[in-house]
Design a protein around this ligand. Structure first.
Ligand code: XMP
Ligand code: MG
Length: 174
């Protein structure tokens, strides 16, 4: 099983720095709480938080929504921290149908957060089923199943330093 590079390590690094600059300036006078969505966002969050130049705190949310390559359609929230009165920035690996993130946003608002914004590394707009407002976006990508930089295929490939596409039945990305 071969993997083609879709977004290189260098491009990711540059984009993460740009996003961190934007977030740092917009949250300068706030007390930012970054909420990474496990597991996919753990590497993106780790790089993003180290590139910020403002004080911040990190926590995580765990949901179950995806089995192998297809969305199960059912989303279960395993846990999320207290967010009452917080300026929350959700950090997600990829927005696909949009069902997962909208459900999480709802929960955060219901739990009394002061504000909720979204930072996503990747967006697959072709697959959208519900409109999603993405405040900070890394890259928009075609409708391919991607791995690496935190994203997995059956728990494999999260450690790749780039975003790649698994070669499948002769389909290549470039
Ligand atoms: P929805 O469809 O609710 O799902 O927006 C978002 C979640 O689905 C997972 N996802 C992927 N995971 N490669 C992955 O490793 C992909 O190409 C992919 N597309 C969606 C991901 O966990 C995300 O949180
Ligand atoms: Mg996954």
């Amino acid at each position: 099983m071969g993997i083609d590079v879709l977004i290189s390590e260098q491009r990711i690094k540059r984009r993460v720095r740009e996003l961190a600059e934007e977030i740092s300036s917009e949250y300068k006078h706030k007390d930012l709480l970054l909420l990474g969505i496990l597991k996919g966002a753990f590497i993106f969050l780790a790089d993003l938080v180290r590139a910020l130049n403002i004080p911040s705190r990190c926590d995580f949310i765990k949901v179950r929504s995806y089995v192998e390559r297809e969305s199960s359609g059912k989303i279960e929230i395993d846990f999320f921290p207290a967010v009452e009165g917080e300026d929350v920035l959700l950090v997600e690996d990829i927005i696909d149908t949009g069902l997962t993130i909208n459900r999480i946003k709802e929960e955060i608002r219901k739990s009394g957060a002061k504000s909720v914004r979204l930072c996503a590394l990747l967006d697959k707009p072709e697959r959208r089923k519900e409109e999603v407002s993405i405040d900070y976006l890394g890259f928009s990508i075609p409708n391919r199943f991607v791995v690496g930089y935190g994203l997995d295929y059956n728990e494999r490939f999260r450690n790749l330093p780039y975003i790649g596409v698994i070669e499948d039945a002769g389909v290549k990305v470039r």
